[in-house]
Design a protein around this ligand. Structure first.
Ligand SMILES: [Fe+2]
Length: 322
């Protein structure tokens, strides 16, 4: 991994590349420095690569294999008849505005019976992967608690809601961005910020496409083998009272490659009430500087489904009016 990172830093201007953070260093004498780097990444980028995250390489290799097999066996043929393919073929030179060149399925604990069944090893591998990722997500949330000066478990508890332990939602989106005959006419995934809490993305080793908006330009999230890319969602922006920011990101389509992307999101329960942590609001002139409203996450999602690809600020206004 050290050699890979060396070449990575040689190839790219570090100041314009999303941070690469070593999770294992939280266990050693570099803990304080690593915590500070993670805090900076959450404040400045809302996105970072995590290396040495503790998920076994063998499991990651199996996830890649079953995802690719799954697309070939169970999705490729369908995509040829998809709505977006038809639109691209039937609309001349017109740029397509309201669609994405993307194939998706969503895995949750509640729809296991609907998970792909024809691809050998898919269910078993994804059950194991999701178990490991969820544990990792909870460890990262505790790091965020610590960096924000919140009691250990604060964010998880907020996400669980009043119904108690383990009610936070954990979903996994398995996406493919197949070769596109005309990437200028349709994007892989339109720009958006992530609605939920913490997003753990296992992206393609080789095929580029993901970009993050930073200081007025799109920055590539370079493929870096077996890292997990972390994205801060809107709910952590709210709980942190704006100290951490969810970042705009998008996926470009490409002509010659099929990009694989597995995004898992650790979100609040739909019934959970989300608000800025009182510890992160300062009292000024007898008023609290609360930068975000208090709302029920399910209400936020109702707004998000309508406005996902719009600026996020009006979403906060809309949900506070519910
Ligand atoms: Fe996203």
């Amino acid at each position: 991994m050290a050699i890979l990172l060396f070449f990575f830093f040689l190839l790219f201007d570090i100041s314009r590349a999303i941070p690469v953070l070593d999770f294992s260093k939280l266990n050693g004498h570099e803990r304080a420095k690593t915590l500070a780097h993670i805090a900076n990444a959450c404040e400045d980028w809302g996105f970072f690569h995590l290396v040495n995250h503790g998920i076994a390489k063998d499991l990651l290799e199996r996830v890649k294999k079953v995802s690719t097999d799954f697309y070939k066996l169970e999705r490729e043929e369908n995509f040829k008849n998809s709505k977006v393919m038809k639109l691209l073929n039937e609309t001349g030179d017109k740029k397509l505005e309201n669609v994405d060149w993307e194939d998706i399925i969503t895995l949750t604990d509640d729809n296991v019976n609907e998970w792909p069944s024809q691809t050998p090893g898919f269910k078993e591998t994804f059950k194991e992967f999701r178990y490991e990722l969820k544990k990792l997500a909870e460890k990262i949330l505790e790091v965020l608690d610590e960096n924000l000066g919140l009691p250990k478990g604060y964010i998880k508890k907020a996400f669980d809601g009043e119904e108690g332990e383990n009610n936070a939602f954990f979903g996994t989106k398995v996406s493919h961005y197949p070769p596109c005959p005309n990437p200028k006419r349709v994007i892989g995934l339109r720009p958006h910020t992530d609605a939920g809490g913490l997003i753990l993305l296992f992206q393609d080793d080789e095929v580029r496409g993901l970009q993050v908006w930073k200081d007025g330009e799109w920055i590539d999230v370079e493929p870096l083998k077996n890292t997990i890319v972390i994205s801060i969602g809107d709910q952590i922006e709210v709980i942190s009272n704006g100290r951490y920011k969810s970042a705009w990101h998008r996926v470009l389509s490409t002509t010659d490659s099929n990009r694989r992307s597995v995004a898992s999101y650790y979100n609040p329960s739909h019934k959970a009430t989300i608000a800025p942590a009182p510890q992160l609001m300062k009292e000024t002139n007898e008023e609290w500087n609360q930068a975000y409203p208090k709302f029920v996450f399910g209400d936020y999602m109702s707004v998000y489904y309508q406005q996902k690809f719009h600026p996020k600020e009006p979403r906060f206004q809309a949900v506070s009016a519910i």
